[in-house]
Structures are given as C-alpha cells and as structure tokens.
Design a protein around this ligand. Structure first.
Ligand code: CIZ
Ligand code: SF4
Length: 354
C-alpha cells in the first residue's frame, strides 16, 4: 500500500534531525512503508548484531517484535536505548513459553530423574527470560540458520535436548538434519500436568519439544504444497523451518529468511517459486525479482500477515522518531541486569558454535 506522503515527510525530517544518534532496524517481515526507513534489514539475529556494531547510535529503533528488541538490548551497550515503536508488537510463539512454565517443566524433568542429562536449546524467538533460563542451565540459543550446529553441540554436552519454544524447528532439525526419527521426539505441553508425558516417555526421548509454534508458519499445510504444485507445474517449493513437519518434508528447499533471499537471488530467470514464509517478505521478493523473470508466489493464499509484526506501521514509526527527536525517550525495551547476564551467556555460546 502506498504510504501517506505527509507521514513519509515527517519520518524523513525526524530521522534527519536525529542523524547518527538513531539507527533504524527493519525485520524482513515488516511492511514496505516501514522498511523504506530502515538503515538495515535482516532477521532478528543479524539485526541485533548490526545494532551492536553501531555504538555511536544512542537510539536503536527496532521495527520488529518484542523479543527482538530485547535481544538487541542484550547485545548492545548500556548507553544504547532500544525503542519498540508499538509495545503491543509481541510474538505469539515467544509468548507460548513463560518463565513460570519453563521452571515447572524443569521440575518435571528433575522428578523424572533426567534433568542432569538435558541441555536446553532455545530458538532466538523467545523472551529474555527464556534465554536466561537457557544460559543458567548450560544451554545455547539458536537461529533457524544454525539450529543443526546448536543441536550437534548440545548432544556433545548431554544426552537429551529440551528445545524451546518452537516444536516445528526442533522437530524439523532433529529429523531432517540430524537423522533422528519422529519417535525420538516427544512434545511437552505446558498446559497439562507433567507436560502430558509419563516419566518413561521422558526417559526414552532424545528431543523434548516445547509445545509452541508460529501462528503464521504453522498455518501452511500439506494441501498448500499439493495445491501450488498442481497450479504451477515445475514450481520450486521453498519454506521456512518453522513450518509443520509434513510441509517441510514435502518442500523442495527449507531455510531461514536469509537462505530464502539468497536462493531467490541465485535462481535462474524463468524459474518459478512458491514461498512459505511471512507475506510482507514474499511480496517484497516477488516485486524485486519479477523484472528478472522469476515468478514468485505465496505458498497459500489463505495465510495472512504476522499481525503483531504488522502493528509497527508508519504512524507508529513517525511517533517514535518524532518523540526521540524532541528528546522524549518512549517505548524503551530494557532487560534487567540479571536476566541480561544469563541470556547473554546463552547467546555467547551460540556465537562460539563451531
Ligand atoms: O518467524 C520469525 O519471526 C523469524 C524468522 C524471525 C527471525 O528473524 O529470527
Ligand atoms: Fe512470532 Fe511467527 Fe510473527 Fe515471527 S512470524 S514474530 S515467530 S508469530
């Protein structure tokens, strides 16, 4: 959708007034009207590192969701202030694992006599509290690009992995990349007593998957894949590993947002692609590569935007930038010191992965 010219001008003017004091990060799933003001674009991990590499920027305006702003706060210096233009921009997946639920799960693992063998591996898409839990219990963070390396490392440290909070990324990595079977995985449901598992089931499992999922990627189905193959002969199906196992198993290629972008850059003219990830990114890529003769469609026309990502729109960005330009620090995301220290430990283990 075309952006309101008055808002575009106001965003431009506020950004110019702030100069090097502000650095605007734009997640790949953000709206075009927001992305046009991003100094860099990327996935959550790349953006957090880009922010840390800009110590002169006093304000980091994070156009993305809450856990990403927390991660940026953890990885940047104390003088840098991270701002989320709309505090209601959360992530339904990250919200599926709370600190209390995860502490309760650890008690269940302890009662089953296996906690000492379990290494937590938490996806980047989790709250700072969950990252801190992970750091405290000897575990690491992973992204969708390095999940296999994180699991390889974790299975050198212990016999079992507790994978949080995305069951699909955990299962897809274990089965597709590590050669495990579906039977090696169990799902821990935080809404059931003992996670809905017996002690025997927990003892037999190699992968204990938290029952979380992405409300966008979780909606692609095997029918989405079959339908697009019938509609577009010769289409290459490329999906994000947050999709369900049957979708990933039926796809031609699987990878993170950065992988998807690189694959499309390298794709030959005339090739056809159906992409299973967030719609803002797919539309942007379709427009970008259409002039090169690459046909790119969204994997399923009934799946829609990530509604919380879309909360960050041009009016919220203008409000945040104008407030900062007037000296009002609004919507700061600040992780407390203790949580930050343990979360950082988990993130540093990821950075040290071979
Ligand atoms: O699904 C998401 O929100 C992704 C891929 C986030 C990220 O950048 O890690
Ligand atoms: Fe969370 Fe999914 Fe939205 Fe990403 S796309 S922010 S994982 S709900």
């Amino acid at each position: 959708s075309p952006s309101d010219p008055d808002l575009v001008e106001r965003a431009r003017a506020a950004k110019e007034k702030l100069g090097d004091k502000v650095f605007v990060l734009g997640h790949h799933y953000q709206r075009d009207e927001v992305i046009q003001f991003a100094d860099v674009t990327g996935d959550s991990f790349k953006l957090a590192r880009d922010a840390a590499a800009r110590p002169e920027a006093e304000y980091i305006v994070f156009c993305g969701v809450h856990f990403m702003a927390e991660s940026a706060d953890i990885l940047t210096s104390d003088d840098q202030k991270v701002v989320l233009p709309d505090l209601a921009a959360g992530c339904s997946m990250a919200d599926m694992a709370t600190a209390e639920q995860v502490a309760e799960c650890w008690d269940v693992l302890t009662e089953a006599g296996i906690a000492e063998q379990v290494v937590p591996v938490s996806y980047m898409n989790s709250s700072a509290d969950i990252k801190a839990f992970t750091g405290k219990h000897g575990g690491t963070i992973c992204t969708s690009s390095n999940a296999k390396r994180a699991l390889d490392w974790a299975f050198e440290q212990g016999e079992k992995v507790l994978f949080l909070p995305d069951q699909h990324l955990g299962r897809n990595t274990a089965v597709r990349d590590m050669g495990m079977s579906l039977d090696d995985c169990v799902v821990y449901n935080p809404h059931k007593p003992n996670g809905g598992l017996t002690a025997e089931e927990l003892r037999a499992a190699k992968m204990i998957l938290w029952r979380g999922h992405c409300s966008v990627h979780g909606r692609f189905s095997l029918d989405s894949v079959n339908d697009v193959r019938a509609r577009i002969p010769g289409v290459n199906v490329l999906v994000h590993p947050e999709c369900r196992h049957e979708v990933v198993a039926a796809a031609d290629y699987v990878g993170s947002t950065e992988y998807i972008i690189k694959a499309l850059e390298a794709a030959p003219a005339g090739s056809k692609w159906a992409i299973g990830t967030e719609l803002n990114l797919v539309r942007r890529l379709a427009n970008r590569f259409a002039p090169e003769g690459k046909e790119i469609v969204f994997l399923d026309r009934t799946v829609c935007f990530c509604s919380t990502m879309n909360r960050i729109d041009l009016p919220h960005l203008v409000w945040a930038l104008e407030s900062l330009a007037e000296g009002n620090l609004v919507n700061r995301i600040e992780v407390d010191k203790e949580t930050e220290a343990f979360a950082k430990l988990a993130l540093e283990r990821m950075l040290a992965l071979p």
